[in-house]
Design a protein around this ligand. Structure first.
Ligand code: SF4
Length: 366
């Protein structure tokens, strides 16, 4: 089924990595020999499902930067044949520092990629080694330099809180060094130890209170460097928010292509198979579910309150089919009195102090 919705986002999953990180719960394989077959299957799926106008494309993984020999170009060519890219289309690729080579950078540039999101996690070599990352801090900084040499200025880096051996001092030092590289966007995620990962098997546990303290300090630090927090884990210089991720938080439609990708068309969510060999053999939808109005409202409030913009009361009313502010008036008034919620022109957003107890607040509003 083709989705032909105005200004949609496209997510493309590249499920290959050169090795597995100790905390990874994503669908990816270290066996790269099937990448050509995988891209063939992707092109089929693109032809079956993509049309209309696209204003964001996001290559995620896995590690998209392990693609070589024109495979990225092949995917983008198929996308451009099936859909019109808007003039301001944001095209992001995730990349790992060790595979972001001159060859990949050049091909990404030729494909029109205009945003690179580097998975770094830390700039401390001991922490990187403990997390099973393949690269060093030096390689990470060299990758940023390489991206700039190839003309990419919209650069994002990911850091992780709560990794083994990590301390507040290391995180603050990593943030400082990255901000000095003139990057435009930083994502700071708290490690979640997923079942089945090596860290889980080792019985590693994150000290949530310590991670929350570090997060609070990082927020202040980033403010000092001119970054705005536009979502709980995402900070950017003004005008450099990730257009694609904002689609997820506002329940805008998107098409997910590739293994384990999911899609949302406004009323329905579908999930592709997680079986790479099966996908290559032609398996597609694994599961579909209708998103009921109450599910959509719950998601909208949960995701919207994580953003600096907050939630729009009219949109919430549309989703619940009644006056949402009236429905939740007691809870809203209580939270405003407690200083946890603030009114905006369109609705409500969390106050600064509420970011640290947001889950408790969200539960009261859904
Ligand atoms: S690079 Fe990313 S997707 Fe690959 S193993 Fe590491 S965390 Fe997982």
């Amino acid at each position: 089924m083709k989705t032909d919705t105005a200004q949609q986002g496209i997510y493309v999953h590249i499920p290959f990595c050169r090795s597995r990180c100790a905390y990874c719960g994503f669908v990816s394989s270290v066996c790269e020999h099937s990448d050509k077959d995988y891209v063939e299957a992707l092109v089929h799926e693109i032809r079956e499902r993509v049309s209309g106008t696209v204003d964001s494309v996001y290559f995620g993984g896995g590690t998209p930067s392990v693609l070589t020999g024109g495979l990225l170009k092949k995917i983008v060519k198929a996308l451009r044949e099936c859909a019109e890219f808007s003039a301001d289309c944001e095209i992001t690729t995730e990349a790992n520092p060790d595979s972001f080579t001159d060859g990949f950078a050049a091909e990404a540039g030729e494909c029109g990629v205009n945003r690179i999101s580097f998975g770094m996690q830390s700039l401390n070599n001991d922490i990187l080694a403990a997390a099973g990352r393949r690269h060093t801090a030096e390689q990470a900084l060299a990758a940023v330099e390489r991206a700039k040499l190839f003309g990419f200025e919209n650069l994002s880096c990911d850091l992780m809180l709560g990794l083994p051996c990590s301390s507040e001092k290391d995180v603050i030092a990593s943030v400082k060094t990255l901000c000095e590289q003139d990057i435009k966007h930083l994502s700071v995620y708290a490690l979640s130890v997923e079942k089945g990962t090596p860290l889980y098997e080792r019985g590693y546990k994150v000290d949530d209170d310590a991670a929350a303290d570090v997060y609070e300090k990082v927020c202040l630090q980033l403010k000092g460097y001119g970054f705005e927090r536009y979502e709980v884990s995402n900070f950017s210089k003004r005008g450099y928010e990730c257009k694609h991720n904002k689609k997820y938080w506002t329940l805008a439609p998107y098409v997910g292509l590739g293994v384990a990708a999911h899609s949302y068309d406004g009323t329905r969510r579908s999930f592709n198979t997680s079986d790479i060999a099966g996908y290559i053999a032609g398996l597609r939808d694994e599961r579909r579910e209708t998103v009921t109005a109450s599910d959509a409202l719950e998601e909208y409030v949960m995701l919207g309150l994580r953003t600096a913009e907050g939630i729009d009361s009219n949109r919430a009313s549309e989703l619940c089919g009644c006056e949402w502010e009236q429905l939740k008036s007691r809870e809203l008034n209580e939270l405003i009195k407690l200083g946890m919620l603030e009114r905006t022109l369109k609705g409500f957003k969390l106050s600064e102090k509420a970011y640290y107890v947001m889950n408790d607040i969200i539960v009261r509003l859904v």
